[in-house]
Write a protein that binds this ligand. Structure first.
Ligand code: CP
Length: 310
């Protein structure tokens, strides 16, 4: 658990308007619904002049396509000025630490930092810095803007959250998307189940057989197997891509089994032929690229909030 809430930071720094976004468990449901409302407003063409000219640094210490460049698209739409940090060409190659790197950007006088890092709750190290942060993913912990865009996509589809049934399928143990979504979806009254290989599950999950999930869920949320986060122990139990696809992959046969009106989601990147077959990626039930579209609007809203717009 990190030591500080965004409100605390605002009070300590004497600034009552700037707000961090570390994880969704810090936010009330009212705040979360307000972010979604702002994101919908951006989808319908709203603007926010308060971000124009603000210097935003995108500090991605771990690879990213969707989060990094949808934040950048959001910043361009809001007329921010962008510093795009590349660790591999930075002084980190000379041994500079994560903290010293972020402190250096604070010293430049930036207005906001967007940070992704492989260490869980990396933001605890930054508690003395006086710029707002948006967490773009920490290790296996939190991915708040991904969950917000997932929620936006689900509400566009069903109009509500309460009572919806979702199965999150795959590498639950290593997924910050799963960990963030399970918490917020339960708070919003959704029935959340997990499925996938036993060695990739968390303790105390609400397990459901995958084929039963396919027949009964409103939302099937597939996850990538995160090989880069696996220990030797979990690697010992890994399935071949073909075996994974047979047991836990969405394919033609399982599309036929889905409940009418149910949708397929995936935070991406996805592995074609593993957790889903080629024909599933852009099938009528898939909302994968709708999720990517919504990512820009959610991130515009998160930036507006961080800069004191609401
Ligand atoms: N969904 C997601 O976080 O994708 P990236 O790793 O490409 O940002």
């Amino acid at each position: 658990m990190h030591k500080r809430r965004s409100e605390d930071w605002a009070l300590e720094s004497g600034c009552y308007f700037l707000k961090n976004l570390y994880n969704l468990s810090d936010l009330s449901l009212e705040e979360i619904l307000l972010i979604l409302q702002e994101a919908e407003a951006f989808r319908h063409g709203a603007t926010f002049e308060g971000a124009a000219g603000k210097i935003v640094a995108n500090l991605f210490f771990e690879p990213s396509t969707r989060t990094h460049y949808s934040f950048q698209t959001a910043q361009l739409r809001l007329n921010c000025k962008i510093l795009d940090f590349m660790p591999e060409t930075s002084s980190m190659r000379k041994g500079e630490t994560f903290y010293d790197t972020v402190k250096t950007f604070e010293s430049f006088g930036i207005d906001l930092a967007i940070i992704r890092h492989s260490q869980n709750e990396y933001y605890n190290q930054l508690e003395n810095l006086n710029i707002p942060f948006i967490n773009a993913g920490d290790g296996t912990g939190n991915h708040p803007t991904q969950s917000l865009l997932d929620l936006m996509t689900i509400r566009q589809e069903f109009g509500h959250f309460d009572g919806l049934r979702v199965a999150i399928v795959g590498d639950i143990r290593h997924s910050r998307v799963a960990h963030t979504n399970i918490g917020i979806m339960q708070r919003l009254g959704m029935e959340v189940y997990t499925s996938g290989p036993e060695q990739l599950r968390d303790a105390n999950d609400n397990y459901i057989d995958f084929d039963k999930a396919v027949r009964t869920m409103d939302v099937i949320m597939l996850l990538r197997v995160q090989h880069e986060r696996h220990s030797e122990r979990t690697q010992m139990y890994e399935l071949s891509p073909q075996e994974y696809n047979r047991l836990y992959g969405m394919n033609h046969e399982r599309l036929e089994m889905m409940k009418p009106g149910a949708i397929i989601m995936h935070p991406a990147p996805f592995n074609r032929g593993v957790e889903l077959s080629d024909e599933v990626v852009e099938c009528p039930q898939s909302r994968i690229f709708k999720q990517v579209q919504n990512g820009v609007f959610v991130r515009m809203a998160a930036i507006k909030r961080a800069l004191g717009g609401f």
